[in-house]
Design a protein around this ligand. Structure first.
Ligand code: ATP
Ligand code: MG
Length: 545
């Protein structure tokens, strides 16, 4: 294998794992494993002493639950008391010295592997698949973690990866990786900072993770997160299973509601049905010998599926409501909503998101493959930091998510109409620098003046009474519902600094160009520097926190 500096991106999910690399054209792309899968099921099965992963292992869940383990990432970094036994997992979770583990029957007898050991075994196969595909050794990986991962979970993930021969160059938030894959804010400059507030909705197999990110000059800052690890793709499967269990009982008089093996077979089948419903209007579900030697064959259409999934959609909306409330943001203030996670491929999901973010200004970004964006973002980050020293990676001003302090209030100027004009939006990671220009308005103007203010973020709901309706002669009078309009604005609050610059070139209106540079350091101290282009004077004022 050749020497290289190959850093891949890995999204190690509870249900599926994907690997991305930078292709020859410099674009991030997901690679396929030996079975041709770009989404590799996060499952590990033992065939004798041989280990298999992905779809081969997943199909073993029903037949050989004692040799097969799924959803193990959910138990990384947890104590046995906090362990979860997710639906659709094979081998049950057991206690090994206080940590969650799995008991497996091997030819040599029973063996117990902790979630970290299983993850390491799995990730070793992932590394080998990547090396086989790329034909080169892997030097390292940028790996994604959900927003809700604890420090301990991050540590165990790194330990598992290192045990698998993967050097973890950096851990990034899944939401930031998704934003990076979409290139949000990546063409920013001091003069065009591309400020945006975005929401990343990641609907995976066993979780819904929503993050609000402030994008300021290409830096991402987490403003708030909310998640629910009890809802995800598996919840849609659960509803379909219930539906088909009832149908099977009706058709063949066999009750499988507590038949583990039959339920596991059905779970594999309904997942395929569900995926087909994302592109077609109806889909079959077939299981050979579901129970008592009886086959099951049925069909379901998309409308029925959406009706069966109503409870799931309302749970998802609750999580989005929560995160907006935490940031005190109105849905109309969000510039872009990014959809990520395999379950974001469900067409109704995008429609529901559109219902919440209905403002015409809000864009829903959905063009990239939802289940690939996180891994692709990791690969891009990998290419940005490859060749950096360890300390430099940690300090990289590249768009890793900062936990840096950020401005809690907007900073701006007041225009002639008395309105607040934002210069630095709230939620901007510190330190930050902004530059803008203005010119003199009058001939022979002697001074330029500027004052900076804080802005109070106001969300106002205004009730607009409906127009009275013209009634036909035979109609009963009725009341129209008033419309609620949401107005979001910054109200000028405390003055921070003011400055006055003598002008030398302002003989005619607009002849003088005045450059303003504002810096806010990590301690929130603000410095304003004003200078005239081709002039000799500079003023500098500071506001200490
Ligand atoms: N085309 C599709 N239509 C509907 N659902 C899909 C489609 N493709 C994948 N899924 C579902 O997406 C889920 C997996 O998504 P993803 O790979 O993002 O999860 P994960 O990252 O492993 O899970 P988590 O984020 O909960 O840890 C599964 O439930 C799968 O059935
Ligand atoms: Mg995920």
């Amino acid at each position: 294998m050749s020497e290289s500096n190959t850093i891949i991106g890995i999204n190690f999910g509870t249900a599926y794992t994907s690997i991305a690399y930078l292709n020859k054209e410099g674009r991030a792309d997901c690679l396929a494993n030996e079975e041709g899968d770009r989404q590799i099921a996060s499952a590990l099965a033992f065939h004798g002493d041989e280990e298999v992963i992905g779809s081969q292992a997943k199909s073993d869940i029903a037949r050989h639950p004692n040799h097969t383990i799924a959803n193990f990432r959910a138990n990384l970094g947890k104590s046995f008391a906090d362990a979860v036994n997710l639906t659709g997992s094979a081998a049950p979770v057991v206690d090994k010295n206080g940590v969650p583990a799995y008991e497996i029957e091997l030819p040599a007898g029973k063996s117990v592997f902790t979630a970290q050991e299983v993850s390491a075994k799995f990730l070793r196969h992932i590394r080998e698949s990547a090396e086989a595909f790329l034909g080169t050794a892997i030097n390292g990986a940028v790996m994604a973690v959900p927003s809700y991962f604890t420090e301990k979970q991050r540590e165990e993930l790194v330990a598992a990866a290192e045990a698998a021969g993967i050097k973890v160059v950096q851990l990034v938030h899944e939401s930031a990786a998704a934003a990076l894959a979409y290139g949000v804010g990546q063409n920013a400059s001091n003069k065009d900072p591309q400020d945006k507030t975005i929401v990343v909705c990641d609907l995976g197999g066993h979780s819904f993770d929503v993050t609000v990110l402030a994008v300021r000059s290409g830096m991402y800052t987490v403003l708030a997160t909310a998640h629910d690890t009890k809802v995800g793709g598996a919840s849609f499967d659960d509803n379909l299973i219930k539906h088909f269990v009832a149908e099977f009982q009706k058709k063949s008089k066999v009750d499988i509601s507590s038949n583990k093996k039959a339920l596991a077979k059905l779970r594999n089948a309904v997942e395929v049905t569900k995926k087909m419903l994302s592109s077609g209007n109806s889909a079959p579900c077939f299981v050979e010998s579901l129970a008592d030697g009886v086959d099951f064959h049925s069909n379901v259409n998309r409308m029925r599926f959406e009706m069966l999934s109503k409870n799931v959609f309302s749970q998802l909306q609750t999580v989005i409501g929560e995160v907006l409330e935490k940031t005190n943001l109105d849905a109309s203030e969000i510039d872009e909503v990014l959809l990520a996670g395999g379950s974001a491929r469900i067409p109704k999901f995008a429609l529901k998101i559109r219902e919440v973010f209905g403002g015409e200004h809000t864009k829903i970004l959905n063009e990239l493959e939802a289940d690939e964006v996180v891994a692709r973002g990791c690969a891009i980050q990998g290419s940005l930091v490859s060749g950096f020293e360890k300390e430099d990676i940690e300090a990289a001003i590249h768009p890793v998510v900062t936990l840096a302090p950020n401005t809690t209030k907007a900073v701006g100027v007041i225009n002639a109409k008395g309105e607040f004009v934002t210069v630095i939006p709230r939620g901007t990671a510190l330190p930050t620098r902004r530059v803008f220009e203005f010119s003199n308005s009058e001939a022979n103007q002697t001074h330029a003046y500027i004052a900076l203010f804080e802005g109070d973020h106001i969300v106002e709901k205004v009730e607009v009474k409906a127009e009275p309706v013209q009634l036909e002669d035979d109609e009963e009078p009725y009341e129209e519902e008033p419309e609620i309009l949401t107005k979001v604005f910054n109200k000028p609050a405390a003055q921070l600094v003011e400055a006055c610059l003598p002008l030398e070139n302002a003989s005619k209106p607009k002849a003088s160009k005045i450059e303003v540079q504002i810096t806010v350091d990590a301690q929130s101290n603000l410095t304003l520097i004003m200078r005239e282009k081709n002039g000799s004077k500079v003023v500098k004022v500071e506001a200490k926190k």
